[in-house]
Design a protein around this ligand. Structure first.
Ligand code: SF4
Length: 602
């Protein structure tokens, strides 16, 4: 075979990157890469969002023939401005693992055996219909994730909530982002961050709350470092329970005992008030004070519920409440010196400093996640450092479309693409757009994620379809749910790209297309919707998750609600979905604009 010097150098670089990656990640198959044709030929670069974390970097994927062979950051994307992290650089390898699932499988005599994908889809639809006939509509459920693209989540919600009439739709973001969502709702009445990544170019002080951005959001952390490098006065304060790479790069690292960040946040507010740093102009215009329960128990039991109706209080009552949180008292509780608490308060309180607070799972997976979200908002609200360039309390997401799909499409039991199932207006809007009778949409939420898996174990749920997540690894109290999924009379469908402990318990495995093998949309942490194009062909008999749902919906008799063609269904779904958000608060960009650009914020 003839090979040019240039092609040889490219191939050698690709192979040495693979060898390095294989050494870094023992156990992952890189074999298919090693057999790459040495002649990569002409590489064409195509834009796509990265779908491997919530940052939402714009990438350029190098394609040679039908194969994605390289990745680099897109310099035209305002999220990452050409940067890319190690996960992004290695992302195309996930497409080519040796054990990639490319065929449908059905369990026969205890073993998963390959079958034509149409046969597997027939079986899924038949089992869903049988389960609904025998046990009622609430005996079927779907469980997805923040890795669902927007059309996947939309099709799932329409099929289950609109057509079948069950609110058994949940996503793993319930386990990570729920406290961010309820934090936003209880503090502001509306979900999702008001800030954006551009705040990083304007802030004078960054406080990372239990948030190792250097390793978990490295591209954003690089933007933060770039700001500090360009301006001498910019400071990064890491406030955490352990020392991390972020602490090492920070100007100051403050460690606290786990759970005591709640008390420290209150102590910061105490100091802000004591030093008369309250921005009264802002507070009078925009802030009201409310008090909730301080003992809500812990939700580890089946059917756990609590009611907490906030009670309005005045500023003086709030101030009196904070008397319990003097820096000296909180020092004993938290291990953070009174001096450091006062230092943090002085940074937030300084009217000449713009402050951005960042957090992610450290706060959102806290045992009191909603409260710590509320308390950090309290700090920003007291000093009026919110919703202006550089001033932002910012909850980052971990998954690529936790915001775009789970929160905006609303793939949670209580949600609809606009509003909640409990509201008649929201049900009417959904029924009209979905072309289903309004009575189909149940006004009562059913199960949150953990309760949904408990219901599977109890037998209240008999059929569960899992897409883009691996609950048989990630659920708490796992043994109960793994055993529950394998009980007689349960039917598990798993849409997957590789074998996992969840596909191990499946009765049907549907082979999924991934990322650049299909078209879709994602929504990142800063309210940016991003279109991703299909760049390479789907391998084997893999199928986009959205199309799997459409195929099953049609087999169940919902052709009218799922009429789209294979060529245009993503565009058609987008055009239908944005009707839910056709209002000045949350209007989404048109399909062609999103296709042309590296994401657009709503
Ligand atoms: S930071 Fe996240 S979105 Fe950006 S390249 Fe890395 S994994 Fe992808």
């Amino acid at each position: 075979m003839e090979i040019t010097r240039r092609a040889f150098i490219k191939a050698a670089a690709a192979n040495s990157a693979v060898a390095a990656a294989a050494a870094l990640f023992p156990g992952i198959s890189f074999g298919a890469w090693k057999t790459l044709d040495q002649s990569l030929g002409r590489i064409e670069w195509k834009k796509t969002p990265c779908r491997f974390c919530g940052t939402g970097c714009g990438l350029l994927v190098g394609v040679s023939g039908d194969r994605a062979v390289a990745v680099k950051g897109d310099p035209n994307c305002s999220v990452n401005k050409g940067l890319c992290c190690v996960k992004g650089y290695h992302s195309v390898q996930i497409l080519y693992g040796q054990d990639r699932i490319k065929e449908a499988m059905v369990r026969k005599n205890g073993k998963l055996v390959e079958v034509p994908v149409q046969e597997a889809l027939d079986l899924v639809a038949q089992k869903m219909k049988e389960t609904i006939n025998d046990h009622g509509k609430d005996a079927v459920a779907i469980y997805g994730s923040g890795q669902w693209s927007i059309p996947d989540g939309y099709a799932a919600s329409k099929l289950f909530k609109g057509c079948i009439g069950t609110n058994n739709v949940e996503a793993n973001a319930r386990l990570c982002m729920a406290s961010a969502v309820t934090g936003f709702l209880t503090s502001f009445g509306l979900d999702e961050p008001m800030g954006c990544y551009d705040d990083m170019d304007h802030a004078d002080v960054f406080v990372t709350w239990g948030n190792n951005m250097a390793e978990m959001h490295p591209v954003l952390f690089s933007r933060m470092l770039a700001n500090r490098q360009s301006k001498n006065h910019v400071q990064i304060i890491d406030f955490a329970t352990r020392t991390t790479r972020t602490s090492q790069a920070a100007d100051k690292s403050i460690l606290f005992r786990p759970q005591t960040d709640l008390a420290v946040a209150n102590a910061i507010c105490y100091e802000i008030i004591r030093n008369k740093w309250v921005n009264w102009d802002f507070v009078k215009k925009h802030v009201s004070f409310h008090k909730g329960k301080t003992n809500i128990g812990y939700g580890t039991e089946d059917h756990f519920k609590f009611q907490d109706k906030a009670e309005t209080v005045d500023f003086e009552e709030y101030q009196a409440f904070l008397e319990d949180y003097t820096p000296e008292k909180v020092e004993k509780l938290s291990g953070v010196s009174a001096q450091d608490i006062k230092y943090l308060a002085a940074l937030y309180g300084d009217p000449d400093k713009k402050v951005t607070s960042f957090w992610c799972m450290g706060m959102n997976q806290h045992t009191r996640g909603t409260w710590i979200n509320n308390l950090v908002y309290n700090i920003h609200l007291l000093v009026g450092k919110i919703s202006s360039p550089g001033n932002s309390p910012f909850s980052l997401t971990g998954q690529p479309s936790a915001c775009g799909t789970v929160r905006e499409v609303g793939t949670l039991t209580h949600k609809l693409p606009h509003g909640v199932v409990m509201k008649e207006g929201a049900r009417k809007m959904a029924a009209e757009i979905w072309q289903v009778p309004v009575e189909n949409i149940d006004p009562k939420p059913t199960y949150h994620t953990v309760e949904m898996f408990r219901a599977l174990d109890r037998g209240d749920i008999r059929f569960m379809w899992v897409q883009v997540t691996n609950p048989m690894v990630t659920m708490p109290n796992l043994r109960r749910y793994r055993d529950g999924a394998k009980k007689d009379g349960r039917f598990m469908v798993v849409s997957e790209i590789y074998p996992t402990p969840t596909s191990d318990v499946a009765d049907v495995v549907l082979p999924s297309a991934l990322w650049v093998e299909r078209e879709g949309f994602f929504g990142n942490s800063e309210r940016r919707t991003q279109h991703n194009e299909q760049i390479i062909p789907t391998p084997g008999n893999t199928m986009c998750n959205t199309w799997q749902l459409i195929e099953v919906a049609r087999r169940m008799g919902f052709e009218k609600q799922f009429p789209w063609s294979r060529e245009t269904y993503i565009e058609d779904i987008w055009n239908e979905y944005i009707r839910f958000h056709d209002n000045p608060k949350h209007r989404m960009a048109p399909y062609n604009e999103l296709k042309a650009r590296s994401g657009i914020q709503w």
